[in-house]
Write a protein that binds this ligand. Structure first.
Ligand SMILES: CC(C)(COP(=O)(O)OP(=O)(O)OC[C@H]1O[C@@H](n2cnc3c(N)ncnc32)[C@H](O)[C@@H]1OP(=O)(O)O)[C@@H](O)C(=O)NCCC(=O)NCCS
Length: 146
């Protein structure tokens, strides 16, 4: 595997929208929503294996806070450190951009992602009830200092 991290561009969005459906099912973000994310200037990065997208993450900035809006890895590429590579990259970029804290939301039943965030030192701030529209699952809001 020859992996590299690069900025995600508009011409990647149809592939990302297809991955969203595979990975998130009814909670998937559409291509239109992904366009809005890029248009808003959010920092989307992807791990590429050749031309194939193995995973991606998007960070939004607001003052000295950064929010991870999305992070996902293609099932065929999991448990190979791709989410770690995306997290390390977005943390470095958020720090370089002057952010002082990083936030995210994660479904309370998403054990793999919660383990990842625990490893990165995120701590729970509270729970948003029925946060996910289609499943009604609660989301934990988490934070870590940068
Ligand atoms: C969560 C997700 C992004 C992890 O991606 P990944 O590339 O497989 O993760 P990595 O290989 O970098 O693993 C990093 C750490 O995360 C944790 N982790 C990842 N997958 C895990 C699993 N299936 N079970 C338990 N812990 C897991 C582990 O702590 C792991 O470290 P280790 O491999 O040294 O034990 C991936 O499973 C995914 O895309 N899931 C669906 C989308 C999603 O839930 N996104 C998060 C929304 S908040």
């Amino acid at each position: 595997m020859n992996l590299r991290i690069e900025r995600l561009r508009w011409w990647h969005l149809s592939a990302v929208a297809a991955m969203e459906i595979e990975i998130f099912g009814p909670e998937a973000w559409s291509e239109a929503v992904l366009w809005t994310e890029l248009s808003a200037g959010h920092d989307y990065r992807a791990v590429f294996d050749g031309e194939r997208i193995a995973g991606y993450a998007g960070t939004a900035y607001s003052g000295d806070e950064a929010w991870i809006n999305n992070i996902a890895v293609d099932a065929a590429y999991r448990r190979r450190g791709i989410a770690r590579a995306l997290m390390d990259d977005l943390i470095a970029r958020a720090r370089a951009g002057g952010a002082k804290a990083l936030f995210l939301e994660v479904a309370v039943d998403n054990a793999p992602a919660q383990r990842l965030y625990d490893d990165y030192g995120f701590v729970g701030l509270g729970v948003r009830k029925n946060y996910y529209q289609h499943t009604g699952t609660d989301a934990a809001v988490m934070r870590r200092d940068l």
